[in-house]
Write a protein that binds this ligand. Sequence first.
Ligand SMILES: Nc1ncnc2c1ncn2[C@@H]1O[C@H](COP(=O)(O)OP(=O)(O)OP(=O)(O)O)[C@@H](O)[C@H]1O
Length: 265
Amino acid sequence: MSISAVTGHKDTPLLNLTDVTKRYPGGRLALGGVSLGVGRGETVGLVGESGSGKSTLARLALGLLAPDTGSVRFAGHDPYRLRGLSARAVRGRLQFVPQNPGGSLNPGLRAGEAVAFPLGLHGVPRRDRPQAVAALFQRVGLDPGLARRYPRELSGGQLQRVAIARALAPGPELLVCDEPTSALDRTVQAQVLDLLVELQDTAGIGCLFISHDLAVVRHLADRVLVLRHGQVVEERPVADLWRAPRHPYTRALLAAAGDEPADLP
Ligand SMILES: Nc1ncnc2c1ncn2[C@@H]1O[C@H](COP(=O)(O)OP(=O)(O)OP(=O)(O)O)[C@@H](O)[C@H]1O
């Protein structure tokens, strides 16, 4: 009998947000009743224009914020309450790839040290870390010799690969990627997207991929949620969304991506 049959969790998504609301102090409602699931090995795209609530949703998924109402669960745990040593193993299964890797890497640490740090946290002995770092660099398409460089000595694309290597270090099952390619030029953007697709295909790593750009999401998402003013206005498999978008806002986003005539607001 499979484990899922024993636990009864066969269809439970790995990441599950149920009817989540979030209002910032003094601000307007950032999320107003959003539900979203990401299954094992699945990539879900979350698109919406600036201010629609995408980053708020990412912060909730990562446990950096608590919802006002509703629930957030990763592998059955509330990520906001995952604190302390005992929670480390679960946290390692859920990792973050930021928009601005330059800002997220410590300027005083060499790239290899940035990747070795989570390896240490997750129990890789010191003597094994250089080899593990080199393997992670190779996995993300970086020359392991770049591990000696400081962030200021790397290009934007190289920095984003280092950030992905760092996220891969604990062996995650799910990556939350918040606009991971929007700070990169078009060619480098395509290379980083190819890398993320390869990670899905070869390692079965799932992804919540957040972007304002539907054309980018199209490359790698299985399913897309369209967020507007803190609410999901459309949720569809990616091919269906392109073939027959239902909501006027989705059609406007498609038009902005250059895939549909701009005939709607
Ligand atoms: N710390 C905060 N305090 C108050 N209001 C906030 C805070 N962070 C975000 N907001 C507001 O919440 C709403 C959603 O913001 P959020 O950053 O989640 O949107 P977004 O879709 O990620 O936008 P962008 O694409 O510009 O990053 C916006 O109206 C924003 O002004």
